[in-house]
Design a protein around this ligand. Structure first.
Ligand code: GDP
Ligand code: FE
Ligand code: FE
Ligand code: FE
Length: 187
């Protein structure tokens, strides 16, 4: 599938600002993929599709989780965490996308996971550092991202957990698993 075809497929599902975020994630992810030797075309498509389910109604996402292979523990956590897993499910069902590496990168783009592939890492990190983002500590993550893929992901994961803890938010286990695994790799 070519870039323009993929963009045309996601555009009707996104608000304008989210579409613009998607373009920036795509551009950032391609640069990271080139730097770290990841399949550039697969990265481009995964980035284009990563927020495919972002605007599905919460009730619809809940039904998809209940009625599919998706982990049920998601239902005990914030619905912001659902659009990645549900997005992966719907990309397969609605668009017929079957590339498992791509679908997994979409699935885990918000939390990360224990054994992140380089494609997972590139999408996770590009989503965090794309030029439109403003998070505390982002400049250091941006610098690290171009030096060491694992270090960049580790710092992004650490910042997210710190931020959520400062807001007294529950943290999904996979988010911790990603942090722990990246910490081991980074040491
Ligand atoms: P976006 O879809 O491009 O806005 O970005 P993401 O998909 O990465 O993240 C959506 C939100 O999920 C962010 O605000 C993160 O802080 C939040 N998030 C990430 N991990 C967790 C978690 O374990 N628990 C909770 N409650 N929120 C999380
Ligand atoms: Fe997202
Ligand atoms: Fe993210
Ligand atoms: Fe995103």
């Amino acid at each position: 599938m070519e870039r323009n075809e993929a963009l045309a497929l996601v555009k009707p599902h996104l608000k304008q600002e989210r579409y613009e975020h998607t373009i920036r994630v795509m551009e950032t992810a391609i640069q990271l993929a080139e730097m770290y030797g990841v399949d550039v075309h697969k990265t481009e498509l995964a980035a284009i599709f990563h927020d495919y389910a972002k605007y599905r109604p919460v009730e619809e996402m809940k039904r998809w989780i209940q009625s599919s292979y998706l982990p049920k523990d998601l239902l005990h956590y914030h619905h912001e965490l659902w659009h990645g897993p549900v997005g992966a499910l719907l990309l397969e069902r609605e668009l017929g996308i079957e590339d498992q590496e791509l679908l997994e990168a979409v699935h885990y783009h918000t939390t990360g996971r224990t054994h992140m592939t380089d494609l997972d890492k590139v999408i996770f990190l590009a989503d965090y550092i794309e030029p439109g983002r403003k998070f505390p500590g982002l400049e250091q993550v941006r610098e690290a991202a171009w030096e060491d893929l694992n270090k960049g992901c580790w710092m992004a994961s650490k910042n997210t957990i710190s931020f959520l803890m400062s807001k007294n938010q529950p943290i999904y286990p996979e988010t911790f698993y990603a942090y722990n695994a990246l910490t081991k790799q980074y040491k």
